[in-house]
Design a protein around this ligand. Structure first.
Ligand SMILES: Cc1cc2nc3c(=O)[nH]c(=O)nc-3n(C[C@H](O)[C@H](O)[C@H](O)COP(=O)(O)O)c2cc1C
Length: 256
């Protein structure tokens, strides 16, 4: 069974590629969190995988929350791995996932990382279309290499070099900026896409526009997917290009 979390589709596209090659069931952590669904049985599956992005060099808070609540039956030493999609490097995410699974009595065979387009556009900008495509193409090849290793049941090994961060619990980094800095411009048409996509359920539509309240994980799904380009983070994202991975298949794969 492959669990994935994805705000802008990088992890989803990698997870789809991996699940299809390994003939594993694919589960969306975002969808499961929104539905409050935490019971999963992996008896029939050869693999247990987590394909997720890197947030502040560790696990995204929604992923940490999901694993904590996860009631997994049928784990019997399946090959268990993480694949981290990141803009630069996954830092201490491997340690965070190892600990999160160990706390559930689940063993771990190590992590792989895949450098993908960086969706954190608060401090930087997306590169040119050509550079973006080069990165996507390299990422597809990296995922193919990971699949070959997983088929051989090789243990995961990280390849990116990132300065190690002190080990941080995910909740310490995810909500640091709070929800107060998310805003919509008058381009908003009140379609509700942002509210439907929010894995933390912290967006509601009031008087025809989104309002952010509670525990935002800063995943930026609302900002990148807004069809009107109306969602902004303070003044840090105005005029910047948005990003959604072009390889994702339809959401119907996410049923459980
Ligand atoms: C809140 C946030 C924090 C991030 N922190 C890191 C980081 O520490 N290191 C890194 O290499 N990329 C970082 N990124 C970039 C994402 O990990 C990367 O773009 C990822 O592939 C996005 O996956 P998704 O499309 O499945 O959501 C961050 C992105 C977000 C939204």
């Amino acid at each position: 069974m492959i669990f994935y979390f994805s705000a802008t589709g990088n992890s989803q596209s990698a997870a789809e590629q991996i699940a299809s090659a390994l003939d594993s069931k694919l589960i969306s952590i975002g969808l499961a969190l929104r539905d409050g669904h935490f019971d999963f049985d992996i008896s029939g599956d050869e693999y247990l995988g987590f394909v997720v992005p890197t947030f502040a060099y560790t696990l995204p808070a929604p992923v940490a929350m999901f694993i904590e609540k996860l009631n997994l039956t049928g784990w019997a030493g399946q090959h268990t791995f993480g694949v981290f999609t990141c803009g630069e490097g996954s830092g201490d995410e491997d340690a965070a996932l190892t600990v999160a699974l160990k706390n559930k009595g689940i063993g771990y065979n190590g992590s792989f990382d895949v450098v993908m387009p960086d969706n954190f556009i608060l401090w930087s900008n997306l590169p040119s279309e050509a550079a973006l495509n080069r990165r996507l193409s390299a990422a597809r090849n990296t995922v193919d290499t990971i699949i070959a290793k997983l088929k051989n049941k090789e243990n995961g090994r990280l390849t990116t070099k990132t300065p190690r961060m002190p080990f941080m619990p995910a909740e310490a980094v995810s909500t640091a900026a709070g929800t107060s800095k998310m805003r919509v411009t008058d381009k908003c048409v009140g379609c509700g896409t942002c509210a439907k996509l929010c894995p933390m359920g912290c967006i509601s539509i009031k008087d025809g526009a989104p309002v952010w309240e509670g525990s935002c994980s800063m995943c930026l799904a609302c900002l990148h997917h807004c069809p009107a380009g109306a969602v902004e983070y303070e003044n840090q994202t105005a005029g910047k290009k948005r990003y959604v991975n072009p390889d994702c298949k339809v959401q119907e794969t996410n049923k459980y």
